[in-house]
Design a protein. Structure first.
Length: 426
């Protein structure tokens, strides 16, 4: 068996004849891919292989599993997939917890709890700012995750809601599959669209290559299509998810478009949905995109959304990193030039944010304290700092979220609701 040269394999005896390991050989990849497919879905097999062997940012030592030494079988597993996110102009490191599962015969014995402990060590060692998971409901709260970034769901539109174009109208737009040659323009379109979001995922060229090169293969999760106008000029792109939830034609991503192009794209999608025998079109893109806005005019239905669950790895480090964001928010508010120390109390530990002349001079973790200017249960800080819920909404739901006097206003300036959406890197 060939060993991955880039990895230092992990090995920890768990007792009861169980051992925790990280992927070290290509044989391990095969076994893990088969295990993941058995727990989840057949398409997770090629997805696991592609992610470990071809994705530019994954590392074998981030793929953890528990083995039963008696049988040599993998019985529980999860992985860490490193992403880069952008929060306005600040780059943050996000570690996705992915493909979590335990064999039926080994469930409720704390194996995922043990894997999560190792996962969190990897997050700390790698200086990740946060971790995200698309996980099942409720379960991940016990590991410090809370819903904090919109995910999935979105808008449904039926074919009959999209009127056909006037028959005299010359078809002004066409579509074709994206190829590697299109990479520079795709990157530009993606980066432009990300400008409409306060929080988004960064896709470097290597990630784009992964997305396009794996397209025609079995491991391919998605199809990237280009929209061209009548002169053949590329005016936008969109991405179809081949395995997403539901029966609809699943548009998982779309660039900025003119309104005219968005309307034309809805008609193209209608034709594609009819051809593929899909009962409806699902737009999993953010509501502020031109495509969703055009669909809403034809009465697309909002089906609601799930959310990424987020764990903050190191609150003080994240706050320090986000200083430029907070300073810009202050500058644009009646608190411009603020000199004040604000105590953020997350009950188990508190943080002093020392603002001086409008700059965040220091963030200090001060441990357990009795009270603060802004108090929240620890899990609720992720939805606040990532702009998923406003301070007011959280306070209305939870009596243990509190502010005093004028602090509510300042908290709202520092932590407003924002538009965010995370387009995947695989
Ligand atoms: C969900 C799943 C991964 C849990 O694995 P597991 O090895 O049984 O998890 P653990 O035993 O480490 O769970 C830790 C704790 O959560 C509890 N727990 C287990 N499954 C739970 C669930 N679905 N909901 C709530 N709590 C659960 C356990 O009882 C245990 O509680 P305890 O610490 O009080 O004893 C496993 O049931 C599974 O593989 N399910 C099918 C695939 C799946 O849904 N994967 C998750 C995709 S995001």
């Amino acid at each position: 068996m060939t060993l991955f040269f880039s990895t230092t394999p992990y090995h920890e005896q768990l007792g009861d004849g169980l051992v925790m390991k990280s992927v070290a050989t290509h044989g391990d990849v095969e076994r893990l891919a088969a295990f993941n497919a058995a727990i989840h879905d057949a398409q997770v097999d090629p997805m696991t292989r592609a992610l470990i062997e071809h994705h530019p940012h994954t590392r074998p030592e981030h793929w953890l599993y528990v083995e039963d030494e008696a049988s040599g079988a993998i019985v529980s597993a999860l992985c860490l997939i490193p992403w880069t996110w952008r929060y306005e102009d600040v780059t943050i490191k996000a570690g996705e917890m992915g493909i979590v599962g335990t064999h039926e015969d080994y469930r409720r014995r704390g194996l995922i709890r043990k894997l999560v402990a190792r996962f969190k060590t990897l997050l700390h060692e790698g200086e990740f700012d946060l971790s995200h998971i698309q996980g099942i409901p409720y379960y991940y709260r016990q590991y410090g995750y809370e819903y904090a970034i919109p995910l999935e769901g979105g808008w449904h539109i039926q074919m009959h809601q999209i009127p056909d174009a006037d028959t005299d109208e010359v078809p002004r737009y066409s579509v074709r599959r994206a190829a590697l040659d299109d990479l520079p323009v795709l990157m530009q379109l993606y980066n432009d669209a990300a400008q409409d979001l306060s929080i988004s995922a960064v896709r470097d060229e290597a990630v784009w290559r992964f997305l396009i090169e794996h397209e025609p293969g079995t491991a391919n999760q998605s199809e990237i299509w280009l929209l061209l106008d009548h002169t053949g000029t590329l005016v936008g792109y969109y991405r179809l998810d081949r395995f997403g939830f539901g029966e609809g034609l699943n548009v998982m991503e779309v660039s900025r478009l003119s309104h005219e192009a968005a309307v034309a794209l809805l008609r193209q999608l209608k034709a594609a949905a009819i051809e593929r025998k899909k009962p409806y079109i699902k737009l999993g893109a953010p509501t502020n995109t031109a495509l969703v806005q055009a669909a809403r005019c034809w009465d697309a239905r909002d089906t609601g959304r799930y959310a990424w669950q987020i764990h903050l790895v190191d609150v003080a480090r994240l706050l320090r990193k986000l200083a430029p964001v907070f300073e810009r928010r202050l500058d644009a508010s009646p608190f411009a030039g603020l000199t004040q120390t604000i105590r953020l109390d997350l009950y188990r530990e508190a943080f002093d944010l020392r603002f001086q002349a409008g700059r965040l001079a220091n963030v200090e973790a001060v441990g357990f304290t009795d009270g603060g200017d802004l108090r929240l249960p620890p899990l609720l800080f992720a939805p606040l700092v990532l702009g998923h819920h406003s301070r007011e909404a959280l306070q209305a739901m939870y009596p243990d979220v509190s502010t005093w006097g004028q602090m509510g206003y300042l908290a709202d300036v520092l932590f407003p609701k924002v538009d965010s959406f995370i387009y995947t890197i695989y």
